[in-house]
Design a protein around this ligand. Structure first.
Ligand SMILES: *Cc1c(COP(=O)(O)O)cnc(C)c1O
Length: 443
């Protein structure tokens, strides 16, 4: 049956050919590498493949499997002769675009998006350690990271040596021939301490071991881990990147500045894959086999969140400064901590490492736990919740929640005081936040 559809097809083809020629003459492609601003670049990073409909937003490829044109093609793909998506546990176009964006924005060698921040941390540690190895870690850690190191990794014979990473001299004596990495959080929470990253990198490089940062609190719009010598960065994208606490996700950023033959567990891969040794081992032996992919839907949230990340961080930061000033002047507030404030002991490091924006989490103290509870119960704008870096401001009393299982003496040693509250500052108007805090403080 010849007819209408063919005629239409012919017409469409000739029309689009004309259009295509016109486009070649008229359109100059955006060159994102020349763009200085984080947001401008984020908005203009091209898709890995041209979209057949010229969609401006990356489509959500919610498809598990991808088809091949021939049996020869699929065989060639399985032999690794050409890259193509085959199955969404191993790779997916929407997820790939999120990874591409982060890689381009950070100048990293490789980025792997995963199902959560904890996946990013566990896969990384498994890929670099084996039984009998040890890592050196900051002692103030996100709770589940602490549990992973103390309970899960130790069961496989990987020991963690905890240390105060702000005291550089304590680190080197802990390193031996089985040490594989120094691990730290860029800003600890809720203690809000900052280690000197350049000095950590110096020690790591001297001993040929990895420097791994958990940069969740300081996202890529304010922190360039590569420029300070961090080899691998892990991050919970659940927090700042997801853009309003929309989805759980994580990523591993490999900066391409570590010689992988120095890690005995990566030596074989290093002979075969060179600079890609870690990524190859990570993808093949852990990410794929343990099954920790980010879904296409989640990647879609992360892509949207990344485009407005810089704006949100800046707004939260401005709010932190205004709240800091308010807290410092209020007589009921006995203490306020935020490394972005000039009188913080970590202010200089906050400036030299994070451009003065050391995340947007702050703590402040009232005289007792009871005072904190009644204050929190009177809040109307600020929400009582445990997450960080939502668009909404979130408050929690760490002593009675996150750290409740520790004995009192342990909590105090960790800097968790009964009168302390943690505030993750959101993007509301500063006036509304201050008014809310003012009314909740005044009884
Ligand atoms: C939340 C968080 C994690 C864990 O991330 P998930 O996405 O919840 O798995 C790890 N590190 C830090 C610093 C975090 O705040």
């Amino acid at each position: 049956m010849t007819g209408f559809s063919e005629i239409i097809a012919k017409f469409v083809n000739s029309a689009s050919k004309l259009k295509a020629e016109a486009i070649v003459l008229m359109v100059s492609k955006p060159n994102y590498t020349e763009m200085k601003n984080f947001t401008t670049r984020s908005l203009n990073i091209p898709f890995p493949k041209k979209d057949p409909h010229n969609a401006l937003a990356m489509p959500i490829y919610e498809s598990v499997a991808f088809e091949f044109d021939s049996a020869e093609d699929i065989a060639a793909n399985f032999r690794g002769e050409f890259p193509a998506h085959t199955y969404s546990r191993t790779s997916n176009p929407t997820v790939e675009y999120f990874e591409t964006k982060v890689r381009t924005l950070t100048g990293a060698h490789h980025v792997l998006a995963v199902s959560s921040g904890m996946s990013a941390i566990s896969a990384t540690m498994l890929a670099i350690c084996k039984q009998g190895d040890n890592i050196i870690s900051g002692k103030h850690l996100f709770g589940h990271t602490l549990a992973l190191f103390e309970q899960s990794l130790s069961a496989y014979g990987v020991e963690t040596r905890f240390v105060d990473t702000t005291k550089i001299d304590l680190i080197e004596p802990l390193i031996d021939q089985n040490t594989r990495a120094i691990y730290f959080e860029t800003v600890t929470n809720p203690q809000l301490e900052i280690a000197d990253i350049r000095k950590l990198a110096e020690i790591a490089n001297k001993h040929g071991i990895l420097l791994i940062s958990d940069s969740t609190i300081t996202p890529p719009s304010v922190f360039s881990s590569k420029s300070l010598g961090v080899h691998v960065e892990v991050m919970s994208t659940t927090k700042f990147i997801s853009g309003g606490a929309t989805a759980v996700g994580g990523m591993i950023i490999e900066n391409g500045i570590y010689e992988w033959s120095q890690n005995p567990n990566c030596l074989e891969f290093s002979k075969k894959f060179g600079k890609d040794a870690f990524v190859a081992r990570l993808r093949k032996n852990y990410y794929r086999n343990l099954g920790m992919p980010m879904t296409a839907h989640t990647a879609n949230y992360m892509i949207a969140g990344l485009d407005i990340l810089e704006l949100r961080v800046e707004r939260c930061y401005q709010n932190c400064l205004k709240l800091g000033e308010f807290f410092q002047q209020n007589l009921k507030v006995t203490r306020v901590d935020y490394p972005g404030l000039k009188d913080s002991p970590y202010y200089d490091l906050a400036v030299s490492q994070f451009g003065g924006v050391p995340g947007t989490v702050m703590t402040f103290d009232l005289s007792s736990q009871d005072e904190c509870f009644s204050f929190m119960n009177r809040l109307k704008v600020i929400r009582r919740a445990t997450n960080l870096n939502d668009n909404k401001s979130l408050i929690i009393h760490p002593y009675s929640t996150i750290y409740a299982e520790f004995p009192e003496s342990e909590r105090l040693k960790m800097g968790i005081r009964p009168g302390m509250m943690r505030l993750s500052v959101g993007i509301e108007g500063a006036d509304d936040l201050i008014e809310d805090i003012e009314q909740a403080l005044s009884t």
